[in-house]
Design a binder for this molecule. Sequence first.
Ligand code: 2PG
Ligand code: MG
Length: 428
Amino acid sequence: MKIIDGQIKIIKDSRGHDTLEAHLLAREGEGKNAVAFASVPAGKSTGAHEAFVLNPKEAFEKFSEIKKDILKINFRDQKEFDSLLIAFDGTQNKSNLGANLILSLSLAFARAWAKSRGIELYRYLKDLSDNQKKFFEDFPRPLFNVINGGAHVEIPKDWEKKFGIKKGLDLQEFQVIPTIKDFGIGLSVGQEFYKKLGKELSKIYGKENVLLGDEAGYVCPFKTNQEALEIMQELINHHLYPLKIGLDAAASQFYSKQNNLYTIEQEEMTPEELSVFYLDLFERYEMISLEDPFDEESFDDFSRLSGNLLTEKQTQKNKKLIITDDLTTTNPGRLKEAIEKKSGNAILIKLNQIGTLSETIEVIKMARDNGWQQVVSHRSGETMDSFIADLAVGVGAWGIKSGAPGKPERMAKYSRALEIWKKESVVF
Ligand code: 2PG
Ligand code: MG
């Protein structure tokens, strides 16, 4: 496929920050021209080992330097395109061209490739990742982040005076995860739960004290993490919703390297004490997943908790996941170490942590080959691009994490996944 023309645009993400959108005009052989575009998100609780994000204005300049070379080549496949960008960049962490520039081009190339062949993007991604599963047999589950904490919230100044609260909850994400197979019903249940939870929180804390965080989850003057979990679990029980609970602790955010201690609710904890804290949460609530329980360098603490929780006794029905995000940063070297050390049993997949589609697919395959599940994830600063929905379905991921079903940039991904579900699950 030849790229006939390309442009980079600077657009705003959901936090109002500048980000990149790549537009490509491509042609396969004598076929028709295909126009494709892709934009990239940005994280806030970013891992230290993520690929480099270049200032969008600089990235814009860089593109004009490499554009003419891109237009010269007739690309044989995705890998050739991505490898060329990696070679142009020439650094370990993509700090020359920027992972944001490289990724926007890589994703736009994938869309152009699928479009020029008249195939759906998720089908192209299924082929790229050698996924042998049937779509409707094991469709990704949505992980709805209904209560926000950590780096994704800003607490109003007067909450200190009113409630004695200076910052949001320590744990970053409080999620509900449908246990039913039908993605459409799962999405409806998630939406209903989200609405009911909003009403319940208004009753408890007052309407004016129910705010939204970066990922559309609620932010209230909760005193403890358990208080939030208790309200969620009660609502699930009361309505018999087919939902389980998931957490992303994003623990690097409340970790002190100096003394190897974590601070939760003003109490300092050793990694061992924090493990006990998590195991207790698993006992008390119907929890099935826990992401980033420890600092991003603590492979061994992850392993110890995984050893305690992910026992042989786990059946398909009560299976639990320890998900690595900042620990592995969608990076093959770090995933290898996590697999060897048994630091978890699932990896969070974020395209912009590594910077190309091809490298992301390699990480997904490595996870799959080693019996690790994958959860494809958005970032806290998002655009309307729904690429991750096609990726999650295409590669046969266990889950898709795109925040609460409450803001358009979050819903764009769930809606696209629903569209695919409808296409693939209805058989005439
Ligand atoms: C996470 C993500 C997405 P951020 O920690 O999993 O929810 O947050 O994009 O801020 O890194
Ligand atoms: Mg995370």
